[in-house]
Each structure stands twice: as C-alpha cells, then as structure tokens.
Design a protein around this ligand. Structure first.
Ligand SMILES: Cc1cc2nc3c(=O)[nH]c(=O)nc-3n(C[C@H](O)[C@H](O)[C@H](O)COP(=O)(O)O)c2cc1C
Length: 199
C-alpha cells in the first residue's frame, strides 16, 4: 500500500523538538492520521535522495541493515486495519505481514510493559546484521546497532515535530517479538518505539 508523500517543510524548529523530547509512556486512545503514520516511517528509514537510494539516517558503507515494522492497533491509524506492516523505503509503501491487533502480545513479549499497548502504533526497529557484516565482519553488528540508535532519535524528533510523542523499549524477548510480529528471518529486533498522542 502506497503511503502519502512525506512533508519536508515542517515548521517546528529542530531545537524545540530536541528540548521537548522525552520517553512517553502514556498515550491518548485516539489514533494518528495516515499522513502522520507515513511521516513517521519516512523519518525512520525513508529515501531522501532523488536517486532513490540514500535514507534518512546514515549507514556504514550505505549498506542499510535496518528495517522498520509497524504494529498498528485497532483504530490506531486512520484508514488502516489493525495489523503488522513492513515498511518498504524504496517505494515508500507498506506491506501486510500479519492481520490483527497484536499490541498486547508485543507488550507481553516486552516483559509485560503493558503501557506499550496503550499507544496506537508500535514501531519495531530491526537489523539484518549480515548486510553490514558481509563487508565489515563482526564490526557490522556494532554498526547496525549504532544505526538503530539514529533511527530511534529520528522517530523521537519526528514525533515531537508532529505534536505526537514516542517511547523507547529495549527490554523484550527477541524470539517472542520475532514470533508475534512475524518478522522476516534474520531481522533482529533492537528497539520497539510506541508512538501516539501524549495523554
Ligand atoms: C536502548 C534503550 C532501551 C530502553 N528500554 C526501555 C524499556 O524497556 N522500558 C522503558 O520504559 N524505557 C526504556 N528506555 C527509556 C529510558 O528509560 C529513558 O530514555 C531514560 O529514562 C531517560 O528518559 P528520557 O528518554 O525521557 O529523557 C530505554 C532507552 C534506551 C535508549
């Protein structure tokens, strides 16, 4: 499914977004718009050059080991069914991974951090180490984790700029998250970021 074109002329100063960023753990129940959902994914991993290659975050050797999945709850995103979607940067679109509202299961897999299920969307940031390790060996794992950190900060700052808030979760059972969200083989979850309107 194609996503709306990202906005590249936002009005919120970067410094304001940095200053107001906090880890949000309490969200309003209302969903976010399809446009804001699209914008969040673009900020996380979107293509930013005319050549259709370079992404919103830097990457060692431009090998781009990161993928982003969205766990969308019932009514979590206007016009979108509850499901897990995979973001495809190249065409700025999403593909369906598995239908249904899986936020509770993701929260359970995250050592029972049930506040996560209160967010309309949970973004899962994964790394496929092989993409980076094929060139950099063991160091590719380090690079992939650093890159996930860049993605996390972009998600935080984009959320702030849209009047939303984001949380960040590193405490989860990897295999459980892989199973629940039906992540592609080899995509290791590194961060889960709940996103929505702050309560
Ligand atoms: C790698 C990483 C993992 C984290 N994991 C969790 C988590 O599992 N649960 C949680 O509630 N907060 C988690 N946090 C959020 C931190 O608790 C939070 O960033 C810290 O308390 C500072 O607060 P601030 O982000 O509001 O400035 C994590 C943060 C990072 C960077």
């Amino acid at each position: 499914m194609r996503l709306p074109q990202p906005d590249v002329t936002g009005q919120v100063p970067l410094e304001k977004a940095i200053k107001s960023r906090r880890t949000i753990r309490s969200f309003a129940s209302r969903g976010i718009t399809f446009k804001d959902f699209s914008q969040m994914l673009w900020a996380a991993q979107g293509i930013i050059d005319a050549g259709g290659f370079r992404r919103s975050v830097p990457s060692g050797g431009a090998l781009y080991p990161i993928d982003v999945y969205a766990v969308v709850g019932e009514g979590g995103v206007e016009e979108l069914d509850a499901a897990v979607y995979h973001y495809e940067p190249r065409f700025h679109e999403i593909t369906l991974r598995t239908a249904g509202d899986l936020r509770l299961e993701v929260a359970r897999a995250s050592l029972g951090q049930m506040w996560m299920a209160g967010a309309p969307v949970n973004l899962i940031v994964t790394a496929e180490y092989q993409r980076s390790s094929s060139k950099y060996g063991e160091r590719g794992v380090r690079y992939s984790m650093i890159e996930a950190g860049h993605v996390g900060q972009n998600i935080f700052l984009q959320a702030e700029a849209l009047g939303l808030g984001a949380g960040i979760v590193g405490a989860f059972h990897d295999q459980e998250v892989i199973r629940v969200a039906k992540l592609n083989p080899g995509h290791e979850p590194l961060l889960i970021m709940p996103v929505g309107y702050k309560k």
